[in-house]
Design a protein around this ligand. Structure first.
Ligand code: GUN
Length: 174
């Protein structure tokens, strides 16, 4: 069982493997390590969610701020993390027309201007049409609601990344 392999990892190796389950926030994996042993992937995810929910508001906003813009400058320059690249590619965000890209950029900028953090959406569960629609509707929410919604999306992204790592682990060990 691959979760057992995770339980055996040193702190450094654990953070090396799981450091990006939340985009550019290795502190989540670092915090979760203390909760070993885990009996399942769900257990790891619950520990990550518990840590995130226990953060003060500025900590949760900080997690959101660590996310690059969807279809943004880093994506265009090929400087996204490998996880974010894969996710944005699946959603079709890496081959938008110039017009679509301009629409998303404009809305991303308005969103960030209003809330002070970027629009975060689990793009593996949302195709590009849903990204535009999500931006257009969520921009009307309150900041408090958007911190909550953004963080719930972070948890979904985290779960899918975790499953990927554990599946890879299984392949590595047979
Ligand atoms: N959803 C999935 N990955 C990302 C990301 O890297 N940035 C943002 N803003 N949303 C995401």
């Amino acid at each position: 069982r691959h979760v057992e392999a995770l339980n055996k990892l040193s702190f450094v190796d654990f953070v090396g493997k799981l450091g990006n389950i939340v985009e550019r926030c290795p502190v989540v994996a670092a915090a979760v390590w203390s909760e070993r042993p885990f009996s399942s992937a769900q257990g790891v995810h619950e520990a990550a969610c518990k840590f995130i929910d226990g953060l003060p508001t500025n900590g949760r906003e900080g997690l959101l701020r660590c996310h690059p813009d969807l279809a943004g400058a880093l994506a265009r320059e090929g400087r996204l993390s490998s996880e974010s690249t894969g996710e944005q590619r699946t959603a079709g965000l890496l081959d938008l027309t110039t017009e679509e890209q301009a629409d998303i950029s404009r809305l991303n900028a308005r969103y960030k201007d209003k809330f002070g953090f970027p629009f975060v959406l689990c793009v593996r569960l949302n195709k590009r049409g849903a990204v535009l629609k999500g931006l257009k509707t969520r921009i009307n929410n309150s900041k408090e609601d958007e911190i909550h919604t953004g963080i719930e999306e972070v948890k979904k992204i985290c779960w899918l990344r975790l499953v990927d790592i554990l599946q890879r682990e299984q392949v590595d060990t047979i």
